[in-house]
Design a protein around this ligand. Structure first.
Ligand code: NAP
Length: 285
């Protein structure tokens, strides 16, 4: 079975439209970049497109490498202070010589719609961030949409990055999910056995072929987070054998059209939900 991210996005977009109807102004996302490389630029372009389709304002503030950390922080602070801005996204990676952590942590946590500041990641330990990291949240939204219960299940995650694997581990542990995660990485002993034992497998390694269909047990649910280009084609981390998938009753997210699609929609949803919260606050006062 294919777990279509497009279907999940459609459901989230309906909720976004409902929220938009209650906002007293147009929600506004600002993306800040410093000399973005081609793949980062294409990611920014996809945000512009997604925002436009949803009638969300999107401003791209592009700096040159020579601008320096001081200027980058100044631009972030301007967006923090600007009351018309609901969400701030810092396009990564930054050029050499820039301090990524310092830059990220200048973003107002209430406008950190990607959920990546130290404040939001710290609040995640208390199960109370302003925003959850979008990609990790997308994984859980897909499972929820397809009514795949995390509760009481052994869930294997491949990848321990700060953006995907680690927050996902905490989110699966939350009392609202009650799953039992195992996080694997390049030094994990006997990864193949861990893959075989997984009932739900989340793959976020950034390596095409780290998982192959023949490694999976029957009835496994696979969420493929990976984005890789192989022979000019966009593929995930799983090397798929579609006939074998069918034989083993594997459920899997496609790439493209899986986690990435949902991540972008959730990002937009966070922007709109912040705008709605401000509207409600103004109405109260
Ligand atoms: N769809 C989306 O919205 C979305 C969003 C973000 C990222 N992504 C994609 O998801 C993938 C992961 O992104 P990331 O930022 O988390 O990457 P990352 O920071 O490079 O982390 C990759 C993780 O995978 C582990 N890993 C790599 N190769 C492995 C192997 N052969 N066996 C076991 N573990 C392995 C690494 O282990 P070590 O720690 O031991 O090195 C590391 O923990 C990338 O393809 C990225 O493009 C997609």
């Amino acid at each position: 079975m294919i777990l279509s991210g497009k279907e999940v996005s459609k459901a989230i977009k309906a909720k976004i439209a409902e929220m938009m109807g209650k906002c007293d102004r147009t929600p506004h996302l600002v993306t800040i970049s410093v000399s973005p490389d081609p793949s980062t630029r294409s990611y920014i372009n996809s945000q512009t497109k997604a925002a436009k389709k949803l009638d969300i304002d999107h401003t791209h503030r592009e700096l040159e490498t020579e601008s320096g950390m001081g200027k980058l922080i100044e631009v972030i602070e301007e967006s923090n202070q600007d009351e018309s801005v609901d969400g701030i996204l810092l396009a990564l990676p930054l050029p050499e010589g820039y301090d990524k952590l310092q830059a990220i942590n200048h973003i107002d946590p209430e406008k950190d719609v990607e959920g990546i500041t130290a404040t939001n990641l710290g609040l995640l330990f208390y199960e109370k961030p302003f925003y959850y990291p979008c990609t990790a949240q997308a994984v859980l939204e897909i499972l929820k949409h397809y009514n795949i219960k995390v509760y009481g299940k052994d869930i294997t995650i491949i990848g321990r990055s700060t953006t995907v694997g680690k927050p996902l581990d905490l989110m699966i542990l939350e009392k609202s999910n009650n799953g039992t995660p195992t996080v694997c990485h390049t030094r994990t002993a006997d990864l193949k056995q861990k893959i075989k034992e997984a009932k739900i497998l989340i793959v976020a390694a950034g390596k095409h072929g780290v998982v192959e269909t023949n490694m999976l047990s029957s009835d496994t649910v696979v969420i493929d987070v990976g984005i890789n280009f192989v022979d000019g084609k966009l593929v995930g981390d799983v090397k798929r054998d579609k006939a074998l998938e069918k034989e083993k009753n594997i459920s899997i997210t496609p790439v493209p059209g899986g986690v990435g699609t949902v991540t972008t929609t959730l990002l937009m949803s966070n922007v709109v939900s912040r705008c709605l919260a401000i509207t409600k606050n103004l109405e109260k006062n």
